[in-house]
Each structure stands twice: as structure tokens, then as C-alpha cells.
Design a protein around this ligand. Structure first.
Ligand SMILES: NC(=O)c1ccc[n+]([C@@H]2O[C@H](COP(=O)([O-])OP(=O)(O)OC[C@H]3O[C@@H](n4cnc5c(N)ncnc54)[C@H](OP(=O)(O)O)[C@@H]3O)[C@@H](O)[C@H]2O)c1
Length: 332
């Protein structure tokens, strides 16, 4: 049995952009399991933009990540030891063990998953929190009708890639916004969106206008700033905007709206949401997403960093758009 657990703790809070010095690697002896406990070897750690918000000591929908404690994070792995009747050695599980190689729990928050038809890592992506986020914002806020146009920013990413594919399933026209020609090509050719606008090409509004000849009925916003401004200017009356994230501002840069009066003049519905506050939809959403992935009808891509030591740089890269698809860290 392993003796040592390697973990990343939050060493300091970022002032602006995250730096590697904000994290500290520690080695902690693994205590023998107590009755009722289960030990998991984590195979993959999920890196997600929400972690940046938790690194701040500011008021938000969730409490801050405490200093000197293991960084929060979703994980998938395998049970290697169990004194809990609900788990057997070899079970594959999803949990929130955070940035560490092993997780120990009394079973609370640990869920068994079946990796026969759905790869284990997908439970951190399309068949996990990002997938349900896409499902909720699209189905419960935008609720697209056939023939409507839905635009999603960060379209090649973990959430955005699922949004566009579900919009197509609903019979809508899906238009993505992404960073660079390679990501945009993937969004159209592999994910099946109708179009994708490269916001880095310097002609965002005109390109978006050309790709949305009938205007925009649903906006799934992941980025904010100039990307949201351009979409807002193309919204049809009674359009719906699902505000999922404002990643352009996560390092503290302001993301002002240039034309907020359009919300009034176009009678728009603008709804922010936090996926973990809608646990009632998770079973339904995960069932649909799991079936689509198992049938290979829902495509996704992963950026995989190798080894726990690579986590800080991979996370910093995620906040700069260096990932191409769901950002994971392979821990074994
Ligand atoms: N509300 C909720 O409950 C909830 C749950 C999960 C995620 N989210 C939000 O959903 C969004 C997407 O998350 P994800 O996990 O799917 O991440 P992701 O899209 O896989 O990765 C982040 C992407 O955001 C784009 N990006 C990063 N920094 C940017 C910047 N400064 N300006 C513009 N774009 C930038 C990059 O794509 P490009 O290269 O294409 O720009 C990057 O690849 C985030 O805003 C996240 O906070 C919200």
C-alpha cells in the first residue's frame, strides 16, 4: 500500500494573473484506513475555470479556497482499499478529492461510475459537471426552437463544445466563437457546428454578422467582454442569454458591456446560473449525455497534462486559452 500522498495546496492568493508560486507541493503520509473509509488512487484531475474564483478571498456564490489546504477539484479514479461496505477494490469512482494523487473518504461525495462504454475521463467532461452545465444553460434557459440561432463562446472548450452539439440536436443553427483557426476548424468539422468565428482574427462583429444572417436567438456566454458585446449587438427581440462564465475577467480585468441598453430595447432575458445549484437536473442530463457519448454521437476533445507536477502550469494555460478541449491532469 502507498505510504505518501503528493498534494498541491494553495500557498498564496493571486494578485492579478495566477503564478506557479501560488501553489505549493507537499508530501503527506497516508494514515491507515479507519472503519467505514475508502481509499482511491486518482487517475485524472479536472482543471476548471471556477478554481480561479475560489483562489480569491472575495464574496461569491461559494466560499474561498482556504490557504494551505489541498486545492479543490473534481477527480476520477479507482478504489485501492476499502473498509466501507458500499465500495470494493477496483470500483471506478468520481469525487471531489482535489489536486492530489490519493483520496480518502467515508464515502460521502464518492460516486461509482461505469467505464465500460464511457471512458473514465469523460466523467470530468461531457458526462460530468461541464456537460451538465451545457445541458442546463441550453435546455433550461435558452430552450432553442428548431430553426433558431444559438451562439456559444469558448466553443471548442469543455462546456461550449457540448452546447453547440446539443443545440444542433434540438434543430437549431449553432455558431461558435473560438480563439484561432485551428479551434474553429475543429468546431465546424468535428463538432458539426454550422459556423465558428475566430475572435482573434480582428473582425469579430462583421464575421459574426455574416454567420448569423437571421440574428441570434440564444447566447450561451462563457467569456464576456468584446465577445459578449458582439453577440449582444446581433440579438433578436426576446432572445435569451444564459450567462455561464466571464472568463475574460477572471484575473481581475473589468469586462464592461458597451451597449447594455440592448437588453431593454430587444427585451432580452439574461439569466446567470451556477450548475451545482440545480442538482435536480443532473440525473436526467447525465443520462442523456452518457448515452450520446457511449453512442459516439457527442464528440469531445481533451488536453491532458502529465503528472501532478504539471497541474499549476496547465491551470495557468487554461486561463489563457492554451487548452484545446477539456483540461485534465493524468495522475497515474
Ligand atoms: N455557471 C456554471 O455553473 C459554470 C460551470 C462550468 C463552467 N462555467 C464557465 O464556463 C466557461 C467555460 O468553461 P470550460 O470548463 O468549458 O473551459 P474551456 O472552455 O474548456 O477552457 C477555457 C477557454 O476559455 C477561453 N478563454 C480563456 N481565457 C480567455 C480570455 N482571457 N479571453 C477569452 N477567452 C478566454 C479559451 O478558449 P478560446 O481559445 O477559444 O478563447 C479557453 O480555452 C468558463 O467561463 C467557466 O467559468 C460555468
Amino acid at each position: 500500500m502507498p505510504q505518501i500522498n503528493r498534494q498541491f495546496v494553495l500557498a498564496s492568493r493571486p494578485q492579478g494573473a495566477v503564478t506557479p508560486e501560488n501553489f505549493r507541493l507537499v508530501e503527506t503520509p497516508l494514515a491507515p484506513l479507519a472503519d467505514g473509509e475508502v481509499r482511491v488512487r486518482n487517475h485524472y484531475l479536472s482543471l476548471d475555470p471556477y478554481m480561479r474564483g475560489r483562489m480569491n478571498d472575495s464574496k461569491s456564490y461559494a466560499p474561498p479556497q482556504p490557504l494551505d489546504e489541498v486545492m479543490i477539484g473534481g477527480t476520477v479514479g479507482e478504489v485501492i482499499e476499502s473498509k466501507n461496505a458500499n465500495f470494493a477494490v477496483g470500483d471506478k469512482v468520481v469525487a471531489m478529492f482535489g489536486w492530489q494523487e490519493y483520496g480518502t473518504s467515508n464515502g460521502a461525495g464518492v460516486q461509482r461510475v461505469d467505464d465500460t462504454h464511457v471512458p473514465l475521463s469523460a466523467y470530468l467532461g461531457p458526462v460530468g459537471m461541464p456537460g451538465v452545465t451545457a445541458w442546463y444553460g441550453l435546455n433550461r434557459i435558452i430552450a432553442p426552437k428548431a430553426g433558431e440561432t444559438v451562439v456559444v463562446s469558448a466553443a471548442s472548450g469543455a462546456v461550449g463544445s457540448v452546447v453547440g452539439q446539443l443545440a444542433k440536436e434540438a434543430g437549431a443553427r449553432a455558431v461558435g466563437i473560438g480563439g484561432g483557426p485551428q479551434k474553429c476548424r475543429y468546431v465546424v468539422e468535428t463538432l458539426g457546428f454550422d459556423a465558428c468565428i475566430d475572435y482573434k482574427a480582428g473582425n469579430l462583429y462583421q464575421d459574426l454578422k455574416a454567420a448569423t444572417p437571421d440574428g441570434i436567438d440564444g447566447c450561451f456566454e462563457n467569456v464576456g467582454g468584446e465577445v459578449l458585446d458582439a453577440t449582444l449587438a446581433r440579438m433578436n427581440p426576446w432572445g435569451r442569454i444564459a450567462v455561464c462564465g466571464f472568463i475574460a475577467g477572471y484575473d481581475g480585468k473589468p469586462v464592461p458591456l458597451k451597449h447594455p441598453s440592448l437588453i431593454l430595447t430587444q427585451r432580452l432575458l439574461v439569466q446567470g446560473f451556477i450548475v451545482t445549484e440545480h442538482m435536480d437536473v443532473w440525473p436526467q442530463a447525465l443520462k442523456q449525455l452518457g448515452t450520446l457519448v457511449a453512442q459516439k454521437k457527442l464528440h469531445y476533445r481533451e488536453s491532458i497534462a502529465q503528472g501532478l507536477d504539471a497541474a499549476p502550469e496547465a491551470f495557468i494555460g487554461l486561463l489563457k486559452g492554451k487548452n484545446f478541449g477539456k483540461q485534465l491532469v493524468k495522475l497515474i
